[in-house]
Every structure is written in structure tokens, then in C-alpha cells.
Design a protein around this ligand. Sequence first.
Ligand code: H79
Length: 448
Amino acid sequence: MKNIESLIKQYVMKRVLNKAIIFSFFLSFLVGCKKDCKNTTTQVERNSRYVPAEENLQARREFEDSRFGIFLHWGIYSEFAQGEWYLDNGKLQQEEYQKAASCFYPILFDANEWVRAIKNSGAKYITFTSRHHDGFSMWHTKESLYNIVDATPFKCDIVGELAKACKNDSIRLHIYYSLIDWMREDYPLGESGHYTGRKLKPDYVHYFQFMKNQIRELLCNYDGVEGIWLDGVWDHGKDQTPFDWRMEEFYEYIHSLKPQCLIGNNHHIEPISGEDFQMFERDLPGENKAGYSEGQMISQLPLEMCQTMNGSWGYNVSDQDYKTSRELITLLVRAASKGSNLLLNIGPQPNGELPATALQRLKDIGSWMKLNGESIYGTMRGEEYPWGVTTRKGKTIYLHVLEDTDNISLPLVKKPRKINGAFRYDIHKKVLTINHVKQYDVIKLDLY
Ligand code: H79
């Protein structure tokens, strides 16, 4: 039986869990510590042909400092409300699926409202699906009539609206762009998209040019597109003759248009020359629970893990399995402690609204970030301990206590010249008792 005192302690603990604790040291403590370097490359990676421009390196630093972004999967697939793979999963015919375009009219869509809600969550960037595997373009492309302006009654350039809203609210915009196309004849059929009934006239030279033209539109016609997020390389992962996506050429083209544009590719392998950040799908860097990151080494580039708020990317009406706010905040903290951004996904509804639960989660994360953002933004990766994780910035170590515990131990790598003090971040300036300093190798803190 627990006594009353410990019950009270547990109650208090639950209320303050996830609150960061500042623990600050003098610089001398950090000298010689391996972890004291940013992930951002300041020089060209070994064996790399790509030399990032100065403005690209600056963009990498800003991106890395931002630590938190929101992923939006929105397209005509949202109308079927069964996720973004429904064309393939549902084995739909092309002609039937396309009818969704003719009735796409998201009457409640307001780019400014989306951006406001996202900004208030503390996120610093948005990654938006300009074109998913179903090949439907969410901007007024001249490369195909299968787009939001020419093929829907809505006739509103969604990428354009978002770009304006992001600019107004000073939030970065990245663009998701699928390398797969389940509708076009010239896309060489891979492992997915076999049931659409389209004619197959594989012509990668032609398709590659189409993609380049589309990317040029996205980068040059809209102000403020600062990143390209590519997806689909795995579609040709099992080809007998390795498929040549000509990605390095693609990257060169992108950087020739906009040197500062950050390129990432969800190919589930280590970055190749020309990429500016490394991404991890549904896993923290170094983990492979979702099964996409087997053997994927962690590079020196900025890192980004993407994860869903519920279990789906595109709106899925039957998926109410949302992670709790606490789980999402913990994920953000853990990502930061791995030196990684978190790109957290929302699937907007076909009526143009963000789901109410997603909005609530954004609010909760925002409240937490207002108080504790200092321990996340602009931090470097830290360490993992039984009680939680750390992040670091300059002379400060932020301790994120994620487990119920009354006291914690922080092993020190090097003897600090002086310890300034340990503060409970949530109740400012309350100095914690340092119970035990044994030759400066372990510091023990009583939390209550
Ligand atoms: O946009 C979201 C997803 O639609 C897309 N990436 C995220 C961000 C994505 N979908 N699937 N994947 C990434 C990887 C899954 C690959 C598989 Fe398959 C699909 C494994 C089995 C089915 C393709 C087809 C590879 C093997 C068969």
C-alpha cells in the first residue's frame, strides 16, 4: 500500500512531468565533450560532389534550430477519407478516382487559419503535399490538367494560398513531392499503383523532364518555398536492374534554381550527394521500430523524423487513434534529444478544416512550447537516461524528466569548474538541492 505522502508526490509529479529542468554549467565543463557540435555540416561531406552554397548552410542551421514542423497530407484522396493510398489500396480505376476532383470543394478551407493554429503550436515550418502518388497537383501547374485549378470546382491554388499565409506569418514552407505517379503513362511502373487501369508507356526521360518542370514552377512561381521533401524511391527498390532515378541530377537542378532550398529524400537509406537533410519515417534516428530505417546510419546533416498524430497520413475517418498530447510532447523532446526535428503530420478534412482533435493537440503542444521552448529550439542533441533525456545549448543542459521519479542522477563526463545551479524550469529559479557530488562524476538531484 502506498502511503498518503507518496500518493501526493505522484500527483504533483504527474502535473509537472515533461517540464524541463535547467541545469547550467560553466563552459570549462564542456571542453573536450564530443557531443558539443551541431549536426549541421560546415564543410563538404567526404566523397561528396555537392558543395552546398553559403545560403544553403545558413538555411540548414535555421532548419535545424527550428526543431518542430507540421506535415500536411491533403489532396483529393482526403474526400474518400481513407488515407492517401486509397487509389492503390482500394484498387480503384483511374476514371472513377478522378471523379473526386470534380467535386473537390473544401468550403471551410482558410490557409491563414491553418497557419495560425500551426504557428501557435510552436512549429516553425509546414511541409505540404503538393502532389502525392495519385499524381494530383495541388497548385496550378501548366504540366498537367489534373490539378486543383483546372480539374476542381474550387479553382483555388492551394500551394499559392499556403505560400502567402506562411509568408505573412513568417513560417517556413517545405513542399512534399512524390516521385511516384500512379496516373501517368510515362512513369515506369514500380511496386505500387498496379490497379488504376492506365496505359503504360514507361518513358523516364519524359517523366523526369515533367518532374523538373513542376519543381521549377513550385520553386519559382511561389515565394518562400524553402525545402523539397521527396518520396517514393522505394517503389523501385526491388527492380532486377537497379532503377536510375537520376536523383543527383535532379538535386543539381533544384539547387541551380534555388541554392538555399533544402532537399530531403525519404528513400530510407543514408543521404546521397546533393541532399541537405536526412529523414526518418516514423522512427527516431537510430531506431527502426517501424521497419523503414534498417541499417540507416545517422549522417552529419540536419535530421528530421516524421510521424503521424493518429496512425494515418491522409485524412482517415475511421482512425481516431490519436496519440495523447503528452505522448506527442514526449516525442518532440526525444527527437530533440537525438538532435532531430519532429515533423508531425495532420491529415486535413475534405471540408478544409484541420480535425478538431488535431487542433487540440496543436494547442496543448503550443502551451508546453511557450513555457519550455527554450529547451527545444536551437538545442543540440543530448543523452538518454533511465529517467529521461537531455538537450544542450551552450553551457546549459536541459533535463527532461519523462519518468515518474523523485530523484535523478546525471553522470558527468568531465569535472566542471563550477556548477551554477540547477533550476526547476516550470517554477523558475527554485534551486534544487544537490545532494551528492562524488568526485564530480555523478550529480544527484532531488526533485521534491
Ligand atoms: O506520404 C506518406 C506515405 O504515403 C508515404 N510516405 C509517407 C510520408 C509512404 N507510403 N508508404 N511508404 C511511404 C513506404 C511503404 C512502402 C510499402 Fe510497399 C508499401 C511497403 C509495402 C507497401 C511499395 C509497395 C513498396 C513495397 C510495396
